[in-house]
Structure formats: structure tokens, C-alpha cells
Design a binder for this molecule. Structure first.
Ligand SMILES: Cc1cc2nc3c(=O)[nH]c(=O)nc-3n(C[C@H](O)[C@H](O)[C@H](O)COP(=O)(O)O)c2cc1C
Length: 130
């Protein structure tokens, strides 16, 4: 899982797909954090992406770096604890202008039952489950 975290950090941007009914939705994301051994992302509860995740927590993300692409498919679980949000915001101080661990909007979610697949044109896929 550390390798997945490092890849996403280095790639800087990943694309997070949700579903809304029968319609896939995708957008750029950047936040990623490891807290208590779990891989977290951050968003705002007011966003459509958050509402889609609450309605259907199965998501997939994709990032690309140096000829390798990573896909992570899994289920996101909202963590309402202040300490989980504070840990995320400490990793992204620039977000503190918009979000705080105590507000009603900040949302952090961790991956459960995740399958991460590293792929490239030159080597066999590498699968990591966490
Ligand atoms: C490079 C980049 C990184 C972003 N990272 C995040 C992020 O980590 N969390 C987030 O909520 N929005 C992030 N955004 C903004 C979302 O892409 C934007 O709010 C999007 O519209 C949310 O999806 P939605 O409209 O389906 O709710 C990022 C945007 C860019 C361009």
C-alpha cells in the first residue's frame, strides 16, 4: 500500500471515477494520505462527488507516471473523526484556507477492499490488495 501511496503522491494528480445511476463520473483529484495504515482521500461533502460516493461507495481511480498507470478499485468509507481530517489537512496545509477539521464540509474517506493494479506496456501487471 505504501507503494500505491507513493505513486499517487509522485503523480500528483489522479482521476477519480464514481457512478451516478448508470452514468460514470470522473474528475481530477490530488489528495492522498496514509493514516492508521489506511489510504485516505479528501473532498467536500457539498460536492456532487461526495453525494455520489455516499449513494454508491464503489469507486475507481487512475493515475499515470513515467510509463506506468495505476488503477485502484475499491469501496470508500467516510471517517468523521476530527483526527483523521486533521491528519489529512496537515499533509495539505494549502487546503486549510478552504477546509478545517471541525467544519461541516470537510470529508475524508479511506479505501476498503481495494485492488491496486500497476500496468505498463513493457511488463506484466502488478496487483496489490489492501
Ligand atoms: C489537479 C486537481 C486536483 C484536485 N484535487 C481534489 C481533491 O483532492 N479533492 C477534491 O474534492 N477536489 C479536488 N479537485 C477539484 C475537483 O476536481 C472538482 O471540485 C470537481 O468538480 C469535483 O467533482 P464533482 O463536480 O463531480 O463534484 C482537484 C482539481 C484539480 C484540477
Amino acid at each position: 500500500m505504501e507503494k500505491v501511496f507513493q505513486f499517487l503522491k509522485d503523480a500528483q494528480t489522479y482521476y477519480l471515477a464514481t457512478v451516478e445511476g448508470d452514468q460514470p463520473r470522473v474528475r481530477p483529484f490530488g489528495t492522498v494520505n496514509v493514516f492508521e495504515g489506511k489510504l485516505y482521500i479528501q473532498t467536500g461533502k457539498s460536492k456532487d462527488v461526495s453525494k455520489q460516493i455516499q449513494a454508491n461507495p464503489k469507486v475507481e481511480l487512475c493515475a499515470f507516471k513515467d510509463g506506468t498507470w495505476l488503477r485502484v478499485a475499491g469501496t470508500l468509507v467516510r471517517d468523521d473523526r476530527i483526527e483523521a481530517k486533521a491528519n489529512m489537512l496537515d499533509a495539505y496545509p494549502s487546503l486549510k484556507g478552504m477546509y478545517s477539521a471541525e467544519d461541516d464540509n470537510t470529508e475524508v474517506l479511506y479505501f476498503k477492499d481495494a485492488t491496486a493494479t500497476f500496468s505498463s506496456f513493457t511488463s506484466a501487471p502488478e496487483v496489490v490488495k489492501f
